[in-house]
Design a protein. Structure first.
Length: 223
């Protein structure tokens, strides 16, 4: 599904920006936030994280901005974002399929780092991002990764990497290096998995929707 073009004034670059996400439904997203949050509250935080991520995506100089979605779009989807359905299978297979649907360079991020800024991602989306570079890699503090960019989006560079482990990021980066690719690194970021993560991420981006949603939920709980 395609929607209206991105905001005026954001010049397109050579790279497709992929955001992989789940529809923010209670009981299906951010389950490690429960407790202390209810499933409905965890879904509200997931929606806020996704909204912040998509807003940042719209500010970046991408050729295309694509939400690779498990579920259905909702009112949280802004204009300027294309939507494609995730394939079935393990996470590595879904990431591989997302890259396989791209022509030309692609950068993939998730919905778990709502604190991302244009400064975090601009190096991998600039017109010269791929000069002397085959891949971009953004490590996550939990041992995973929050961003992966490929000049040639070969699904086999992702397929088979064990996901959601403390070694996921190291294995994925090694896969790139072993394939003979020149890899550049983006800054490490913290994923939102637990309530402690949520508090730290909100503090890092206090003016975002995620931070305001967390403040509302924790304020309500304290009353």
């Amino acid at each position: 599904m395609s929607v209206t073009p991105a905001r005026r004034g954001v010049a397109p670059g050579p790279t497709t920006l992929l955001v992989i996400a789940k529809e923010p439904l209670p009981g299906l997203v951010k389950t490690r936030l429960t407790p202390p949050f209810t499933p409905a509250e965890a879904a509200q935080l997931a929606e806020a994280a996704l909204s912040d991520t998509l807003r940042t995506a719209l500010s970046l100089p991408a050729r295309r901005r694509v939400l690779v979605l498990d579920g259905r779009p909702g009112p949280w989807l802004p204009p300027g974002i294309e939507v494609v359905a995730q394939c079935a299978g393990r996470l590595d297979e879904r990431l591989a399929a997302a890259f396989g649907g791209c022509t030309g360079p692609a950068l993939l991020i998730g919905m778990d780092t709502p604190q991302i800024t244009t400064a975090d991602l601009t190096p991998a989306l600039s017109p010269d991002a791929w000069n002397g570079c085959d891949a971009w890699f953004g490590p996550a503090d939990d041992g995973g990764f929050w961003a992966l960019g490929l000049a040639v989006p070969d699904p086999d560079l992702v397929r088979g990497v064990p996901m959601s482990t403390a070694e996921t990021g190291a294995v994925q980066r090694r896969r790139l290096v072993d394939a003979g690719l020149t890899v550049r690194d983006l800054p490490p970021l913290r994923d939102v998995d637990t309530a402690a993560d949520a508090a730290q991420v909100a503090a890092a981006a206090p003016h975002g929707q995620f931070a305001s949603t967390l403040a509302r939920l924790t304020g309500a709980a304290s009353r």
